[in-house]
Design a protein. Structure first.
Length: 213
């Protein structure tokens, strides 16, 4: 689905299996946000193919957080694709993997602050709570926020998984709610479009969920 010129959303609609929404930022660099589960990556490949692209055309994969339904498929990309995740969630992945399996090393870490990839300028916001190193990627020029599992359309990310923390999630949600957002690009479910709708969504989340965090 084309969201606007230069941004595609591969929205996951099959609720019989858990997978995340994947986003493709097109332009002089091709950036994929959250490739999803490895065994469900065919869903992304089909939609890339419809755009005459393949996974080999992807320059950078950005992982919003280290849960397998967002991150796992990063293992199948070739050497020319650069991988990025926060240090905190890479540490979490390594801890959970233990001696059982090997966690790949990213090409660079996502840190709080500016991130430039080709002609695209973003801000990385460290937004812990759902996981210790969840990030949101803000694209000021397009007023778009890749929110991972921090907030959804009428919902919030779980805090009962390893390293989850309700107080931190509240703080993170308050922080992103102050941004100028036209497109709230959620990690699961429908996206939220329009500044008024996005603000309404934040207000509703605060009213309905914050007492329970
Ligand atoms: Zn998650």
């Amino acid at each position: 689905m084309k969201i606007f010129d230069g941004l595609y959303g591969f929205i996951w609609n099959d609720y019989s299996e858990n997978n995340c929404n994947t986003y493709l930022i097109d332009g002089d660099r091709k950036i994929l946000v959250d490739p999803g589960h490895r065994h469900l990556f065919g869903h992304v490949e089909r939609q890339l193919k419809a755009l005459n692209l393949s996974r080999d055309d992807i320059d950078v994969v950005i992982i919003t957080h280290g849960h397998p339904d967002h991150q796992e498929a990063w293992e199948i990309f070739g050497n020319r694709t650069r991988m990025a995740i926060s240090i905190e969630d890479h540490e979490l992945l390594k801890k959970l993997a233990g001696h059982y399996f090997k966690v790949p090393e990213p090409d660079f870490f996502l840190r709080e602050g500016d991130l430039t990839i080709g002609s695209h300028h973003f801000q990385v916001l460290l937004t812990p709570g759902h996981s210790p190193g969840s990030i949101c990627l803000y694209w000021p020029e397009r007023k778009a926020l890749f929110a991972g599992d921090v907030v959804f359309n009428r919902g919030i990310g779980r805090t009962d998984l390893p390293g989850g923390n309700g107080d931190l999630l509240k703080e993170s949600i308050r922080r992103i709610s102050t941004l100028d957002i036209e497109y709230l690009l959620t990690g699961h479910g429908p996206i939220v479009k329009g500044a008024d709708e996005v603000q309404l969504n934040f207000r509703m989340i605060e009213d309905q969920w914050f007492d329970y965090l």
